[in-house]
Design a protein around this ligand. Structure first.
Ligand SMILES: [Zn+2]
Length: 369
């Protein structure tokens, strides 16, 4: 799924260590990421007194080294005076403690993102290794050794710098609608949810620029998952509501995302994402004309054979879709004697209205952002 009319003013990412001005006082830089993702986009906002950093990269030494180079050569002798993290994922918060320590400056985050980051800090995948995790995956139909596979996966991710770092011990709270004045410009905090609990975008009406984090990406579809920590969550409802609200962003806004390239065409992209999920919802609902186990819905969403990490994300996504369908009274869930949930369509007209075979093809695989 791609939208044909998105415009990308830049063909390439700046190489690590280089900052590129993309709007008045707004600079773009990248940090490396392992795997197919390859990079994260970060931004610097210039104030008279210093710089605000928006998102920080992974917690590994390579990223720290690039930051030190930027501090030494690119900041015109001015200090960093604030670190803003859009949300709590490790590629966004990884260097927040390092930078706020180095400059003794505040970390700005929404409350839910800050405390979730702190609660996951240094704990690896431990929330997967309890009866809550075991019950979650059993009910989804996963094999008994799956938790063990997950533990191994988390251990290897830690060595890639993808584990949660120690967070600064205090923060400044961002709330939806709040305005941050940085240099000559006002930036409004726009909170979305679904990919993470309380994701902050920054919107500057005067510059017609939005720093969108993982809330709006032009190519990658952000992961929207149910996790064992909240097994009955409904993040896809939050995500769809957020996409609807973001449709009020003016269409000539330059979107600065955390992954892929900066782009124009925000409404086309949002409509594309809404339609993508609507289509997956219908495909899953149609599959549930027969009772379905969550695990067996993965081929409806993803064509490729999945490794343990991709399986975890894909399963979380499948469960997010069935939970929204349950919320909409399109399917019902029953717990069977084998300890596994079955999902069944409750619309007697569904078979007549269905269009099997004409949905989006399953995508190649989930991408972890
Ligand atoms: Zn993310």
């Amino acid at each position: 799924m791609t939208e044909p009319n998105l415009k990308y003013p830049y063909d390439d990412h700046p190489p690590p260590g280089v900052i590129q001005e993309v709007a008045d006082g707004v600079y773009w830089l990248t940090m490396p990421m392992p795997g197919s993702l390859s990079h994260i986009n970060l931004y610097l906002l210039e104030d008279d007194a210093g710089w605000y950093v928006v998102d920080t990269g992974l917690s590994n030494d390579e990223t720290k080294g690039w930051w030190e180079e930027i501090f030494a050569s690119s900041l015109n002798g001015k200090p960093v005076i604030g670190v803003i993290c859009t949300h709590m994922h490790p590629d966004h918060i990884g260097q927040s403690a390092m930078i706020t320590e180095a400059f003794r400056c505040p970390l700005y985050m929404t409350r839910a993102e800050y405390y979730q980051a702190r609660s996951f800090s240094n704990s690896g995948g431990s929330h997967h290794q309890s009866w809550i995790g075991a019950e979650f995956y059993t009910r989804a139909g996963m094999p008994m050794d799956y938790l063990e596979q997950l533990a191994q996966m988390w251990a290897s991710r830690a060595s890639e710098g993808m584990s949660m770092p120690t967070m600064p011990s205090g923060y400044e709270r961002l709330v939806d609608g709040q305005v941050l004045t940085i240099g000559k410009h006002d930036w409004q905090v726009v909170v979305g949810s679904g990919h993470s609990p309380e994701h902050a975008c920054l919107y500057c009406a005067a510059l017609k620029v939005m720093i969108s984090g993982d809330q709006i990406l032009p190519i990658i579809t952000s992961n929207v998952s149910v996790h064992p920590t909240e097994p009955n969550a409904n993040p896809l409802k939050d995500w769809m509501d957020s996409l609807d609200e973001l449709l009020s962003v003016p269409d000539d806004t330059f979107i600065l995302p955390a992954h892929n390239l900066p782009f124009y065409g925000v409404r086309e992209r949002l409509r594309g994402l809404i339609s993508h999920h609507d289509d997956r919802l219908l495909a899953i609902e149609e599959a549930c004309v027969e009772p379905q186990v969550a695990k067996d819905l993965l081929p409806v969403l993803f064509a490729r054979e999945l490794d343990a990490r991709q399986m975890m994300m894909a399963l979380g996504e499948a469960i997010a879709h069935v939970h929204l369908l349950m919320h909409r009274n399109r399917i019902e869930r029953t717990l069977h004697e084998d300890g596994v949930y079955r999902f069944l369509s409750i619309d007697p007209d569904l078979a007549r209205r269905a269009h099997p075979g004409s949905h989006d093809a399953p995508s190649d695989g989930p991408v972890m952002v």
